[in-house]
Design a protein around this ligand. Structure first.
Ligand code: ZN
Length: 207
């Protein structure tokens, strides 16, 4: 019996060591990737990498800030058309997709109807330079998660238009964001939240 227990303890210790090693390797790979794409030493890290933001949203958020998405202004040499696939009214660029497009403005309006003001950038430069405060309040963190989800959905919808010939309505995507952010934020619910934080939790829970 003692031998069995010793073997189990030994296996658990080995598993823990392997787990710690793979976590370390994952972090090392992440650092390598960030350096590779030229996003090292950025002061918007806290804005992009917060737990409230779904990992795939963080990834697209980072690519947008670094203007690295493969949209049509980058692919214009090999594509026959570089028009925006969502509205077909302007050249597709990061600035058009995430700031200028009529669809984007309508989408942001729809999100702001339930989320409050997102202070959406007026130009792409402003989007790249946007930062969360050093010590953000809970409401600022929630708004940042909504902001990131909105960027992600804009890119996802653009890809749906391009590859599946489907363009979802702004209100449909807005509702999806609401459910997504609620699930994420409530998943980190703090039962000890007090005062203003407690109020914010109740608002998010009511979505
Ligand atoms: Zn467009």
């Amino acid at each position: 019996m003692c031998t069995t227990q010793a073997k189990v303890s030994e296996m658990m210790a080995t598993c823990q060591a392997e787990c710690e090693e793979s976590t370390f390797q994952l972090r090392a790979w992440l650092r390598f990737y960030i350096e590779l794409i030229g996003a090292a030493n950025i002061d918007y890290a806290a804005t992009v990498w917060h737990n409230f933001i779904i990992p795939k949203h963080r990834f697209i958020f980072l690519k947008i800030i670094n203007e690295q998405l493969l949209n049509r202004d980058h692919l214009s040499r090999i594509l026959t058309s570089d028009l925006c696939v969502v509205c077909e009214n302007a050249l597709e660029s990061h600035n058009h997709l995430f700031v200028d497009s009529i669809y984007t403005r309508k989408f942001v309006d729809s999100v702001e109807n339930w989320a409050g003001c997102l202070s959406w950038p007026k130009c792409f430069r402003e989007l790249q330079e946007r930062k969360c405060p050093a010590k953000p309040d809970l409401d600022e963190l929630v708004l940042n998660a909504i902001y990131s989800a909105t960027l992600y959905k804009l890119w996802r919808n653009r890809n749906n238009c391009l590859f599946n010939v489907i363009c979802h309505s702004a209100s449909f995507l807005s509702k999806e964001i609401k459910c997504m952010v609620k699930a994420r934020v409530v998943g980190f619910h703090c039962i000890n939240a007090k005062g203003k934080d407690s109020y914010i939790w109740r608002v998010v829970n009511s979505w």
